[in-house]
Design a protein around this ligand. Structure first.
Ligand code: CO8
Length: 262
């Protein structure tokens, strides 16, 4: 598939998707969503990719939400279908086996905020702004924001953000738990790449197991979660990577992970 609305590149096991409609502040139209979904499917099928980074083209926006010029013409059924499509694509992002880092370089509003919430974690430029401003358009978040935001910042903060539609700064988003690290805007990509590189050097089997254990554990009680962790731990112990990691420690050398189960 040729991409017109995103840029996609892979270097040293790190894939980067750049939302690329800077004139519309990278707003999500139907074509962009389809291209994003296609790129996620390619990444899922490519064993060489260890980490995914998401960011926006230009200096102003990560993604300023769904494309309002497209949305404005929807009837109820079209709205429902677009909402479902966005939820499915963002669900695919959240369920991706490899770690996903959001590099939030500017406005992350509406659907853009909802993508940020589905990343495993986010670094933000000090100039970034976060919000779910759909209420200002007479609608509500429709790409999972009413569900994911409360679980990240708590229901009261989420309701205030959704009811007022107000944006918060990167620093406020950091305090609220939406952002792991706030960086000077011109250092954002370097800091994200540094962390992506560190993660890409770990064993693929244990990275997958860790992500799956955390994500699955969040949906169940602690006892069930610990069973999930045991099974994921056992899978790691069956991997060549566990043999390599423990042997390398005892031999006082750096491990070379291959990402293979026996
Ligand atoms: N959609 C389409 N175009 C947009 C969007 C958008 N979301 N955001 C900005 N643009 C366009 C502007 O229209 C403008 O275009 P032009 O130059 O042709 O006039 C260009 O980008 C630059 O924007 P501004 O001139 O407005 O830039 P400012 O710096 O003055 O303001 C803001 C920046 C504050 C980000 C402002 O553009 C804004 O408020 N944008 C809209 C933000 C918003 O409301 N986002 C939520 C959208 S709704 C949504 O995401 C719902 C998701 C779930 C959908 C469910 C399915 C139905």
């Amino acid at each position: 598939m040729a991409y017109d609305n995103i840029l996609y590149e892979v270097q040293d096991g790190i894939a980067t998707i750049i939302f690329n409609r800077p004139k519309a502040l990278n707003a999500l139209n139907g074509d962009l969503l389809s291209e994003f979904e296609n790129a996620l499917e390619m990444i899922e099928g490519d064993e060489s990719i260890r980490v995914l980074v998401l960011t926006g083209a230009g200096e102003k926006a990560f993604v300023a939400g769904a494309d309002i010029s497209e949305l404005a013409a929807f009837d109820a059924l079209q709205g429902k279908s677009f909402s479902r499509k966005g939820q499915q694509v963002i669900g695919k992002l959240q369920d991706l086996a490899i770690p996903v880092i959001g590099a939030i370089n500017g406005f992350a509003l509406g659907g853009g905020g909802e993508i940020a919430l589905a990343c495993d974690f986010v670094y933000a430029a000090d100039t970034a702004k976060f919000g779910l401003p759909e209420i200002n358009l007479g609608i509500i978040p429709g790409f999972g924001g009413t569900q994911r935001l409360p679980s990240v910042v708590g229901p009261a903060m989420a309701k205030e953000m959704i009811f007022t539609g107000k944006m918060i700064s990167a620093e406020e988003a950091h305090e609220a738990g939406m952002v792991n690290r706030v960086c000077p805007a011109d250092a954002l990509m370097d800091e994200v790449r540094e962390t992506a590189k560190t993660i890409a050097g770990k064993g693929k089997v244990s990275l997958r197991a860790a992500k799956q254990a955390v994500n699955s554990g969040l949906k169940v009680d602690i006892g069930t979660g610990c069973h999930i962790e045991c099974d994921a731990f056992a899978l790691c112990m069956a991997s060549e990577d566990a043999k390599e990691g423990t042997t390398a420690f005892l031999e006082k050398r750096k491990p070379e992970f291959k990402g293979r189960i026996h």
